[in-house]
Design a protein around this ligand. Structure first.
Ligand SMILES: O=c1nc[nH]c2c1ncn2[C@H]1C[C@H](O)[C@@H](COP(=O)(O)OP(=O)(O)OP(=O)(O)O)O1
Ligand SMILES: [Mg+2]
Length: 376
């Protein structure tokens, strides 16, 4: 985690997509500094000369990085450049890739009097998704966002969205990613709540924050490693919650996730973490080799306790799916082997998973309960 108090944003895209206009407007509204890499290359001579054919500088990337490193590491920059893969991951909090229709791009580049070869290359690059691909290859998928930039209205709405991302980044101790930007509060009458979510799992935490960000519940978190008892899954969660409340001496929220194979009468269930660590994705698939039925349930159980002397209250969400060979990025647990309607959790956009997941369903119940309990 960076120590920046302000985020760094890259605004990238094929020349002509509107990077600079976006950057300028955004800088004006947020107070972040617009860093035109073009200008740095020129002013600080981070190049190996002028390319006549392309009518552009031949950039010396090492020199460029050296020239901006000290400033950018402090945070607070909007980086305006048609490439993004050169900036180290640790510098960057959000990558916006602007996209534009070929026709609009052609007009803009012709107006700029681009040489034919450069015009063609840039049109090809836009059509072939070169920059979005580059961005996705270079940064975590949660921080890469593709936005349309065909006219002034789109620019206005893009800048508003980035602005609200920026506000939540500042307010919510550096929330990573784009999830929950411009959310709709469905419980406007509820008194704001802050819940202390006790978990050792960073992926869970970021999903919970993303799912709840629309409403009046904010999350603080403490990572406690709570040993988990054996037994029925509700008992595991209740026990975990009671012990967390005891240690914290205050209100707590905990969560336990189970993956239940129907052919195995619900196992591994609460033991999934241990099974996953020992057997891996393939081993979990093998457990079902002898069975026709590959169906499974992802079960998420939150427990909330108002304090050490209070009985935990449970909120449970279940999503039905099936166990398949791993597909998609393997950042979070068993996401790559749990398939829901043709896609594994890992293959889905985070925002898609967060609409249909076991965790989202459980949090919907939790929010409903808090809204009733805390409304005046
Ligand atoms: O949406 C999910 N998609 C894929 N995998 C998931 C998901 N949610 C939990 N998981 C994994 C993490 C752990 O291997 C096991 C649950 O164990 P579980 O005890 O609930 O989680 P944990 O020990 O990592 O965190 P905590 O400190 O909240 O107990 O399933
Ligand atoms: Mg655990």
């Amino acid at each position: 985690m960076s120590t920046r108090t302000l985020p760094n944003i890259i605004i990238t895209g094929t020349p002509g997509v509107g990077k600079t206009s976006h950057c300028e407007l955004l800088a004006e509204r947020t107070g972040l500094k617009h860093l035109s890499v073009n200008d740095v290359v020129k002013d600080k001579e981070c190049h190996e000369g002028w390319d006549e054919e392309y009518q552009s500088w031949i950039v010396d990337e090492d020199k460029l990085l050296d020239a901006i490193e000290e400033d950018v590491k402090k945070g607070g920059y909007i980086i305006d450049w048609h490439a993004c893969d050169l900036f180290p991951k640790s510098w960057i909090d959000l990558v916006i890739v602007l996209r534009v229709d070929t026709k609009a791009l052609y007009d803009r580049l012709t107006a700029r009097k681009y040489p034919e070869i450069k015009l063609q290359e840039n049109l090809d690059s836009e059509i072939m998704d070169v920059l979005i691909q580059e961005a996705r290859d270079s940064y975590d998928e949660e921080i890469v966002v593709e936005l349309q930039s065909n006219d002034a209205d789109e620019m206005e709405s893009n800048v508003e969205r980035i602005e609200s991302w920026f506000e939540s980044w500042k307010g919510d101790n550096k929330k990573e990613g784009w999830e929950g930007v411009q959310p709709i509060n469905i419980y406007p009458n509820m008194a704001p709540q802050t819940l202390n979510f006790i978990t050792g799992n960073a992926n869970k935490l970021s999903e919970v924050k993303a799912i709840l960000s629309a409403n009046n519940i904010s999350i603080t978190s403490q990572p406690l490693d709570l040993p988990e008892i054996q037994g029925d899954l509700n008992d595991v969660t209740i026990d975990k919650c009671k012990r967390a409340a005891e240690i914290i001496q205050g209100p707590v929220l905990v969560e336990d996730t189970c993956l239940c194979f129907n052919a195995l009468k619900g196992l591994p269930g609460p033991y999934i973490k241990w099974f996953l660590t020992s057997l891996g994705h393939e081993g979990l698939n093998n457990l079902l080799a002898a069975y026709e039925d590959k169906s499974a349930q992802a079960v998420c159980t939150f427990a909330y306790s108002a304090g050490p002397d209070h009985e935990p209250i449970l909120f449970q969400g279940i999503t039905d799916g099936k166990i398949v060979s791993a597909r998609g990025p393997g950042n979070f647990g068993w996401d790559p082997i749990f398939e829901y309607e043709g896609q594994t959790y890992a293959e889905m956009e985070k925002s898609e998973k967060n609409k249909i997941s076991h965790r989202a369903k459980a949090l919907a119940k939790l929010q409903e309960w808090f809204a009733k309990e805390m409304s005046s």
